[in-house]
Design a protein. Structure first.
Length: 331
């Protein structure tokens, strides 16, 4: 009996990239270079960090997000006008946020949580509204992706789950915007903070700035957002590895491994969020956090072993020809 499987398109073969988002990504690439130069030549410090560290981190983040969203929107063969409008709206409001971040940084000030003067408060309000719009725009994208045939099942799960987890990670930023510590009783023009347990500006990891003495909500925010890249990348790497590893050729094996990645991502995100809210530094986990982290790693390893073992015992259709045809990335 024939077990041939029709080839499915590669992760990029059907993509018509959203151009405004690509233009924004190109602008962020230029800004990244500018920020790197600023780090090298400008010694100024804001809230305990080099002045140009924030523009650098945000330019890289917007660069990666813009490219990813451009790719995702390009997969939507239907709803082209809707997807183009969503991407354009995201481009505009991400650009607004970056203009404010870089503009305030160039003056030696801080943009986030700054309500010390009417103009600063107005800028912070514009930034807050902009990022809410960007976050909300991801919801219809997720709905449309769930209604779109993305081909390979493992790839579909990776893309859809990655976007959902990213929306949760982005939403964690709202936890930073409320009053922290004594900001109400000892008002100094700042409402909100990245850290939990101590004011912003304390000891932190190099460049990233993540607190080494207290909880830091930027960590789960970062990890959650980048599930949007990591899970589809996992699916792509599994497709590539299937060329040489027979156990990965059955579609069910790759699907199972992607689900393990999804579950691990959710578990790590929940753990990091709880750790941050408890005021605990990422570099100083207590016994509970360390035990949960170890349990997550062990469970993931066992799940991977089970998936591969089942694949070896019950091999699926041979996909050698299909995989070799689907993997070349065409733009």
């Amino acid at each position: 009996m024939s077990t041939s499987t029709a080839p499915v398109p590669s992760l990029a073969s059907r993509v018509a990239w959203h151009r405004p988002l690509l233009w924004l990504a190109a602008a962020m690439a230029v800004l990244t270079v500018v920020a790197l130069i600023g780090l090298a030549v400008d010694p100024r410090v804001v809230t305990g960090a080099p002045l140009w560290a924030k523009p650098l981190k945000f330019s890289l983040s917007v660069l990666v997000y813009s490219l990813t969203l451009s790719w995702l929107l390009g997969m939507l063969r239907r709803w082209r006008r809707t997807s183009w409008a969503i991407g354009t709206i995201v481009s505009v409001f991400l650009a607004v946020e970056m203009v404010i971040i870089v503009g305030v940084a160039s003056t030696g000030g801080t943009s986030h949580f700054n309500v010390s003067a009417p103009f600063s408060a107005a800028l912070w309000s514009v930034m807050a509204v902009s990022i809410v719009i960007v976050w909300a725009a991801g919801i219809p994208v997720a709905v449309l992706l769930f209604r779109t045939d993305l081909g390979d099942r493992a790839r579909s799960v990776a893309i859809r789950a990655g976007l959902i987890i990213a929306l949760v990670g982005m939403g964690l930023a709202f936890l930073m915007t409320g009053p922290h510590g004594d900001q109400i009783s000892n008002y100094r023009g700042i409402i909100g903070a990245h850290t939990v347990g101590v004011p912003d500006g304390g000891p932190g990891l190099p460049l990233l700035g993540w607190s080494t003495v207290a909880g830091d909500l930027r960590i789960p925010h970062f990890v959650g957002m980048h599930a949007l890249q990591l899970l589809p990348l996992l699916a792509l790497l599994l497709e590539l590895a299937a060329r040489r590893i027979p156990a990965l050729r059955p579609p069910g094996a790759r699907l199972g491994l992607v689900w393990v990645g999804v579950a691990l991502s959710v578990g790590v995100l929940a753990l990091l969020t709880g750790q941050a809210l408890a005021g605990q530094s990422i570099v100083r986990p207590d016994a509970v956090v360390a035990s949960i982290g170890g349990a997550l790693a062990l469970a993931a390893a066992v799940a991977v072993a089970v998936v591969l073992s089942r694949s070896n015992r019950a091999p699926g259709p041979r996909l050698d020809a299909a995989i070799s045809k689907q993997l070349p990335i065409r733009f």
